[in-house]
Design a protein around this ligand. Structure first.
Ligand code: GCU
Length: 694
């Protein structure tokens, strides 16, 4: 009865689940006896308990606890029904999902846990009522699972309404304001809540004039959106402009050390929390690609971040301060400047100076969401700072949601990458505040202060009928959420889970075909685009389709340096930019030596001759020739495979995927022919395969 907005959602979801499964559904709260009513076919009991239940059977957990470090199952292996009186605390987001004698039950530490448990139960489907007795403790490994929307209120002349959006317009902004009809936002919030996303930022990190006003005049609209997210356990954030005190407040400066500026931010925060009491906080892109920041006042990024952090601290707010800071007007002639180095060079010296409610948000790679790049050393270089990793669900560099590119395997590699000294902590360990290491030991005194930042991604949804443009791109949104919940999850299992849930009644051939289309699609995409980690080679501006030299003489710092003798960027300490020195052991040495550098990152770290032999045994030139062509052959096969399931899935969906696959094949062919021909013309090295070169 007094369950609050999330509790109300649980009740509503229960009703819908009853519709799905039938049977009686009982809700109890801690201490209240569980009704021993007649066991219907699909009976489920939900309990909110501050303690884990006494339960029997076996238990597993999805990940190690962080949000609630003390959560674990306790009690004698007797009983078998939840009674809510055991002694281990369950965190607000944790739940135990169990079954006994055909009854399903969920015990959670709070309403959000109950909501997540109920959705987990729905995912389980009939299995949740299978005969037998067992239970599973599940809890998010990352306490912050956030989607950043790059939505503009106004339609931007170049970027459109959603920057790097490939699924139509914004779900919430339309024609310069928040829509009147927010029905789809409600559905979206439900969708995110069902997979455990618990934070959303509403607007683009590039904050325009109109967007800046969300912080002031637009607050009533922000509140309307927050009202829709709240019932699904999601807190709302805004991207703000560092220059807001000038743009909105008319002050002559935005200097973080200026008392008037500090007062302006404090008052702005007061108004925000007065309007949205559970508001999350701010996301900030400062001194990056033309956005204003503290450098203009001779201040650093700790000064800048702490300015906002102190304004929001009294309200429990958090500042997500992006580390995507580099010189975007560099001279291509200047070989000493390396964009990959920039974030580390700016932020590493600041470690320890950020307030507790600042999270430094770091892109997963040092350049920019490429199909393949090294893991950013910055993530491991701030042991006294809360760090979040930022992934990109929207397919900016991975085919604009025209190409099938299932990114789960890529994110899984990133999250599991053992980044710190002697492979002590993975990226996921660092951003979730886990000690890491094979035995869970903390490596070095400096990481004794373990604090979570979170897992963040740029969203890929829009007002498109399929939400994501390409219907199969929905799997990326799903995979992000599932991996943010548990970075150890197997991305292929997550894919199959998505396929099963999205096409529940489909002919088995549909599922097999979808798996076939998507499972290896990221590697296929990689294989027909820029090779061996060299990155870019995309059309400048749009970032879609090939333009091998498109960025070569640009100010953006994204070069491949190909000439008749070789290709790649020398980032070694010995002869290059020294970037390898930003890594701890063993990576600083693994990457330094072309003989030990993994093939897929070779050109990211080394400039090598075209006939350099890869670890795989083939040469760089021949690898490019073969893999580009093989990958397009693979796309051709997937087009044929999809044609075979016509009539077995919804016609509209089949048509949309067919149309996108045709474009993927056209574009992949263009990539193949341009990259292969470029290598031949540049290097003069013949292609042993005899396939056409133009
Ligand atoms: C990329 C992208 C931009 C975006 C930027 C960012 O560079 O192309 O559109 O603004 O990332 O992450 O801030």
């Amino acid at each position: 009865p007094d369950a609050g907005p999330v509790g109300d959602t649980v009740v509503a979801e229960l009703r819908r689940a009853t519709g799905l499964f039938g049977g009686s559904l009982t809700v109890s709260t801690a201490g209240a006896p569980v009704e021993a009513d007649a066991v219907a076919e699909h009976d489920v009991t939900l309990v909110v308990a501050v303690r884990a239940p006494h339960v029997g059977g076996t238990s597993t957990r999805s990940g190690q606890p962080t949000a609630d470090p003390n959560a674990h199952l306790v009690g004698p292996a007797s009983g078998g029904a939840p009674d809510g009186d055991a002694s281990a605390p369950l965190g607000e987001e944790s739940f135990v999902l169990g079954r006994r004698d055909g009854r399903a039950w969920v015990v959670a530490g709070g309403h959000r846990g109950l909501l997540y448990g109920l959705h987990a139960l729905v995912r389980e489907g009939e299995r949740a009522w299978a005969p037998g007795t067992d239970h599973v403790l599940d809890l998010p490994v990352s306490s912050l699972r956030m989607l950043d929307h790059w939505d503009n209120v106004d339609v931007h002349p170049v970027m459109g309404q959603v920057e790097r959006g490939y699924a139509g317009g914004s779900l919430w902004f339309e024609a310069g304001r928040v829509r009147d009809d927010l029905t789809r936002v409600g559905a979206y919030a439900r969708l995110l809540g069902s997979v455990g996303v618990n934070a959303v930022s509403l607007n683009n990190v590039n904050v325009g004039r109109t967007e800046a006003r969300l912080l002031t005049d637009g607050l009533a609209d922000v509140a309307r959106l927050a009202d829709l997210f709240r019932p699904h356990g999601i807190r709302t954030f805004l991207s703000v402009s560092f220059a807001a005190p000038m743009r909105l407040g008319g002050l002559p400066t935005a200097d973080p050390l200026d008392p008037d500026v500090q007062r302006w931010w404090a008052e702005a925060a007061e108004r925000v929390w007065a309007t949205v009491p559970d508001f999350g906080g701010f996301v900030v892109k400062a001194d990056s690609e033309g956005q204003p920041g503290p450098f203009a006042y001779g201040r650093d990024h700790a000064d800048g971040a702490n300015l906002l952090a102190r304004a929001v601290a009294p309200h429990g707010g958090t500042v997500f301060w992006r580390a995507f800071v580099y010189n975007h007007t560099q001279d291509w002639r200047d070989r000493s400047t390396d964009r990959a180095r920039a974030a580390y060079d700016h932020f590493h010296p600041l470690d320890g100076r950020f307030d507790d409610n600042v999270v430094v948000q770091v892109k997963h790679g040092p350049i920019d969401f490429q199909t393949r790049e090294a893991v950013s050393p910055v993530i491991g270089a701030l042991p006294r700072t809360r760090v979040a990793v930022e992934l990109q669900v929207t397919q900016e560099y991975t085919g604009h949601q025209k190409h099938v590119c299932y990114l789960g395997p890529w994110w899984s590699e990133i999250l599991r990458f053992p980044l710190t000294e002697d492979a002590g902590r993975t990226v996921a360990d660092i951003v979730t505040g886990l000690p890491g290491g094979p035995d869970g030991t903390v490596h070095g005194p400096e990481v004794a202060d373990l604090r979570a930042g979170g897992i963040v991604a740029v969203s890929n949804v829009g007002d498109d009928a399929f939400w994501t443009g390409h219907p199969l791109a929905q799997a990326n949104l799903y995979a992000f959420a599932r991996l943010a919940w548990n970075p150890e999850a197997d991305p292929v299992e997550v894919l199959d889970e998505w396929i099963g849930l999205t096409f529940p009644d489909a002919d088995p051939r549909v599922r097999t075909t979808l798996h076939r289309l998507m499972d290896g699609s990221w590697r296929t995409y990689e294989a027909y685009t820029a090779p061996l980690g060299v990155g870019f080679m995309v059309t400048p501006g749009s970032h879609y389709g090939p333009s091998v030299d498109g960025y070569e003489y640009s100010p953006w710092g994204t070069y491949h340096f190909a000439d008749r003798d070789g290709i790649g960027v020398d980032r070694t300490r010995a002869t290059g930019t020294g970037y390898t020195g930003q890594y701890e052991a063993p990576w600083r040495d693994v990457y330094e030596d072309a003989a030990t550098c993994p093939d897929e990152l070779l050109l990211f770290f080394h400039h090598v001759p075209w006939e350099h032999r890869l670890r795989s045994g083939t040469t760089v030139a021949q690898h490019v020739y073969d893999s580009r062509a093989d990958a397009v052959d693979e796309v051709e096969r997937t087009v044929a495979a999809w044609a075979e399931v016509a009539g077995l899935v919804d016609d509209g969906l089949h048509a949309r995927v067919t149309e996108r696959l045709a474009e993927q094949l056209r574009s992949a062919t263009e990539w193949r022919d341009q990259v292969r021909t470029y290598v031949f013309r540049t290097s003069g090295v013949p292609d042993a395969s005899g396939r056409p070169i133009y």
